[in-house]
Design a protein around this ligand. Structure first.
Ligand code: ADP
Ligand code: LRH
Length: 503
């Protein structure tokens, strides 16, 4: 059978990549055409995405994909992180550089929203967990700014990249759900919420669904990348986590997933949202998934905590011995030898969202909870990984309880698959087998949705996942150790984590 090649543009908070997937009914192989760093830039106190440099990375990636191919690309799909957006003038000009969700401009916005709409009413209407940077809070904070006042159109980040490639505006549904402006029951705009908050929904172009056509590459993009005309762009699960969940190689229905990268997104795939008060109080989200599914999950700080520690240790100008210790592989080996569960922190705590001073903030949290303060990079790394594993277990237990489901297997996908210690600790904490892989699940989910839309493969999510299971390298971790040690570690954190969302 003939193979078809699809390019996945996958922009994560730590790196962007263009990955080419070769697909035939029984075959699926990936190769990375290009990877580039994603480094936010602070300008006059505001943290921005360097969006043009990211777009240049996309173009370079498509050029590399064109160079390495003997036959033409059958399509392109784009997924990125959620919630952020660019504002356009009527002629399509970008009015301001997109602001990073870790910027502090949204401080106080939730309180402002609560004056018009209670958190109960907001959750009942949208099913979205409270995160300080949800798009509604960004829009409330940006009210009255020159860019928002002048804006003719708002494009979420993947839709912005797609628009620059094709000239065709749209709003892809899975990512639109993270704005907190979508009703998870109708899977359409939550007009009453927008009206109550004075948010103008006409800024958003019409909704697109994963698998819908999203235009073809513009002539100047073809010229710059050397691709043969015409190359279609297809809407995929444009929220990276939606594509990553498609990329979970599950073979049974009783699985939980953890998409690990800059964030850990841990939860279940459901057919319908859970909008109960208990679910709101536990801060679970009902983001929309591919094929009518709901991604019932909780955001956990993720490997961001480790990335920021490493950055702090590097910039502190460490001694030669400590510098070797901050090399990621060496650091993880040392962390594996460190005392288990010596101190843990709440990896769901929004106190860890902002950049800078991560080792100090971790030390403070240990001190506050009466636990030993980690003294070395290895001890701090162990504390982060133990804490992530504990938060993974908590999210999966809570998701199962709140949705009435049973979990027998945990799938880990994303960059954390490369971290064997994190995978093992997660198996130990959950007391369940962990299947780790693929690391590039978002790119795979992106490619599979394109390939199905093009008619190269057929079936629902279980057929797509069977193809992943039979073609991608996976590694299984069995739970080990004394399970009650995790209960005791959880008890040290007290009730602070349970009650946070309810306030
Ligand atoms: P994002 O998509 O959010 O940018 P990724 O899924 O690419 O994130 O995951 C990035 C993280 O994966 C890194 O911060 C790092 O902790 C982890 N990672 C990547 N490669 C390795 C590796 N070889 N060993 C250990 N960890 C790794
Ligand atoms: C992961 C992710 C996550 C969002 C966050 C903003 O990349 O998309 O699902 O909550 O970034």
């Amino acid at each position: 059978t003939k193979e078809h090649r699809f390019a996945a543009v996958d922009l994560g908070a730590s790196s962007g990549r263009v990955i080419v997937g070769e697909v035939a009914p029984e075959r699926l192989t990936l190769h990375e055409a290009h990877r580039f760093p994603n480094r936010p830039t602070r300008v006059l106190g505001t943290l921005h995405w360097d969006i043009l440099s990211l777009y240049q990375g996309v173009l370079n990636g498509l050029k590399a994909a064109a160079r390495n191919t003997t036959h033409p690309l059958a399509g392109i799909g784009i997924d990125t992180w959620a919630v952020d957006y660019g504002l356009l003038a009527a002629d399509g000009t970008l009015l301001a550089n997109p602001v990073h969700y870790r910027d502090t401009r949204t401080t106080g916005a939730a309180e402002k929203v609560a004056e018009t709409l209670s958190s109960q009413a907001l959750y009942a209407a949208t099913g979205i967990q409270h995160l300080p940077f949800n798009t509604i809070y960004q829009l409330i904070s940006a009210r009255g700014t020159p860019a928002l006042t002048a804006a003719h159109r708002l494009l979420l980040i993947p839709d912005l990249i797609s628009y620059w490639l094709t000239g065709e505006p749209g709003t892809e549904l899975t990512n639109a759900s993270t704005t907190q402006l979508i009703d998870p029951l109708t899977r359409d705009w939550a007009t009453p919420v927008a009206q109550a908050l004075g948010i103008d929904l006409t800024l958003f172009p019409p909704l697109r669904h994963p698998g819908d056509p999203a235009g073809t590459l513009r002539p100047e993009v073809l010229a710059e990348t050397g691709l043969a005309t015409p190359v279609p762009v297809t809407a995929v699960g444009s929220h990276d986590t939606a594509s990553a969940v498609v990329g979970v190689p599950a073979t049974t229905p009783d699985f939980a997933y953890i998409a690990t990268g800059t964030w850990s997104l841990a939860g279940l795939e459901l057919d319908a949202p859970v909008l109960t008060e208990a679910s709101r109080a536990a801060n679970f989200t009902n983001e929309l998934g591919v094929d009518g599914t709901v991604r019932y999950l909780r955001n956990i700080m993720g490997l961001w905590m480790l990335q920021e520690c490493v950055r702090a240790w590097e910039t502190r100008g460490t001694t030669a011995a400590q510098a070797t210790d901050t090399d990621l592989t060496a650091l993880l080996q040392a962390a594996a030898r460190a005392t288990p569960l010596r101190s843990v922190v709440d990896a769901g705590d929004p106190a860890f969202i902002a950049p800078h001073h991560m080792p100090d903030r971790i030390a403070d949290a240990c001190r506050r909870t009466g636990q030993p303060v980690p003294r070395t990079p290895a001890e701090t790394t162990r504390c982060v990984l133990d804490s992530l594993a504990l938060a993974h277990r908590r999210a999966i237990d809570d998701a199962a309880r709140l949705s009435g489901r049973t979990v027998r297997t945990v799938h880990i996908v994303g960059g954390g698959v490369h971290n064997a210690l994190l995978c093992q600790l997660t198996a130990d904490a959950c007391g369940l087998p962990v299947i780790a892989g693929p690391a590039e699940a978002a790119a795979l989910g992106n490619v599979l949705v394109q390939a199905r839309a093009a008619g190269v493969i057929t079936g629902g999510l279980s057929e797509l996942r069977a193809l992943l299971h039979s073609t991608q390298p996976l590694r299984q971790y069995e739970p080990t150790g004394d399970h009650s040690a995790w209960d005791r570690a959880a008890a040290r954190l007290g009730d602070a984590q349970v009650t946070r969302a309810a306030t």
